[in-house]
Design a protein around this ligand. Structure first.
Ligand SMILES: CC(C)(COP(=O)(O)OP(=O)(O)OC[C@H]1O[C@@H](n2cnc3c(N)ncnc32)[C@H](O)[C@@H]1OP(=O)(O)O)[C@@H](O)C(=O)NCCC(=O)NCCS
Length: 377
């Protein structure tokens, strides 16, 4: 078996930002239009008036202050409330592949590597823009990787589940290096008309270069181990799929988009994630107290505070459990990878960290890493 490293990461940040103030202003315009259009039905008691959203609630309930999106005008148009994407021809790079290539190129250049050093690529994300051919193969070919690629989806845990596959491919010798790419265009699955969740998601793409340790650059992180868990739950669900048209569904039907029982998710997933991390650490002879940093999934600030407290028996400091969701919102599988990408440069040799994601499925994935030699990643 080979020892395995995370050689580098890459981050693509979309061109547009939507602040909570902008989001709430357009949502409240939508509410006013709907209520005016249904004034008679509201007066007759046959239609429930919609309620406004507000910035204070969003910041207090989630910690989110803004989000990046691939397209802004359609989302903020109160008569549309979804992004406006131009269809692309079959011979053009698809949007998921385009941002995947950008994040992957950054990861390769940070490690001083090229496509010739990579044997496989996994496109792992919570949504796929088409069933086939795989976006992974499109990204692989655009980058010039001679090998294999595929797509996989485990919702918010897609990146960590893909990390385990990459880890196994490299340690067993079937690949020298595997790129894990997470293009998350969550703006297209979000119910922007639903006050309970319209603030939750943002778009982004991350990439992780998983490589044989003896080939990795100085300053790489050794991947000590990965651990996956899943258990079925309907509390985060999206029914959109290839059978929707056979069911005569409207793409705007509420169940054809992201929906969740937020309170139940919070209550059920937080203790499971904390226990998962502790068990994983223990299996490698480590304890939470010995961990320098937890790069946690970025769905909700209070969730991460709860998990930090459960693991450490006290509040985790922002240095121990960095937050990026204030800037990015929930970026599905990319959140914990953005946290790692932004907050690892200060690690010294011997420092240990945990990447952990959790989400629909339910699914939980963790990767334990250790800084090896002076920083260059
Ligand atoms: C989604 C989440 C932020 C909502 O926070 P919450 O505190 O659970 O809020 P609730 O949905 O219970 O709503 C609390 C109140 O605020 C109101 N409210 C909901 N959305 C609102 C909004 N946008 N603006 C103002 N008020 C709002 C509700 O109507 C409710 O009012 P009530 O008490 O009078 O009934 C939170 O449950 C969460 O983050 N859960 C974790 C799950 C998650 O993020 N999953 C993502 C996939 S991994």
């Amino acid at each position: 078996m080979h020892r395995v490293a995370i050689s580098s990461t890459g981050l693509f940040t979309p061109p547009y930002t939507i602040t909570n103030a902008e989001l709430v202003a357009s949502f409240n315009q939508y509410v006013a239009l709907q209520n005016a259009g249904h004034a008679d039905a509201i007066a007759a008691g046959t239609y429930t008036a919609l309620t406004e959203s507000n910035v204070e609630f969003i910041e207090k309930a989630s910690g989110i202050q803004r989000r990046y999106v691939m397209e802004k005008s359609g989302v903020l148009d109160p008569t549309r409330m979804r992004p406006r994407f131009a269809p692309r021809a079959d011979n053009e790079l698809s949007m998921m592949a385009e941002i995947g290539v950008k994040a992957a190129q950054e990861a390769l250049s940070r490690a001083g590597k090229t496509a010739a050093d990579v044997d496989g690529l996994i496109c792992a994300a919570a949504n796929m823009q088409r069933p086939y051919p795989a976006m992974g193969v499109e990204i692989q070919t655009a980058l010039g990787i001679n090998g294999y690629a595929f797509d996989m989806n485990v919702a918010c845990s897609s990146a960590t589940f893909a990390l385990e596959l990459a880890f196994n491919a490299v340690r067993t010798g079937s690949a020298r290096a595997v790129l894990v790419v997470n293009p998350e265009i969550t703006s297209a699955h979000l119910a922007w008309k639903d006050r309970d969740c319209h603030f939750i998601f943002g778009d982004v793409c991350t990439a992780i270069l998983v490589e044989r340790l003896d080939l990795a650059p100085a300053g790489a992180f050794e991947l000590l181990g990965t651990k996956l868990f899943s258990s079925f739950s309907n509390n985060i669900r999206n029914n959109q799929g290839f059978m929707s048209r056979a069911e005569d569904r409207d793409p705007d039907d509420r169940d054809q988009l992201f929906r969740q029982e937020g309170r139940k998710v919070f209550k059920e997933v937080c203790p499971m994630a904390a226990e998962h991390i502790e068990t994983h650490l223990c299996s490698l002879g480590l304890t939470p107290q010995g961990v320098r940093r937890f790069w946690l999934h970025q769905a909700n600030l209070s969730m991460n505070q709860f998990i930090g407290r459960k693991l450490l028996g006290r509040d985790a400091t922002p240095d121990e459990a960095p937050v990026i969701l204030n800037e990015f919102a929930n970026t599905a599988s990319a959140g914990s990878i953005i946290a790692f990408h932004r907050h690892h440069a200060d690690f010294v040799p011997g420092d240990v960290g945990v990447i952990c994601s959790f989400g629909a499925g339910y699914s939980i994935g963790s990767a334990i890493v250790k800084r090896l030699s002076p920083a260059r990643v």
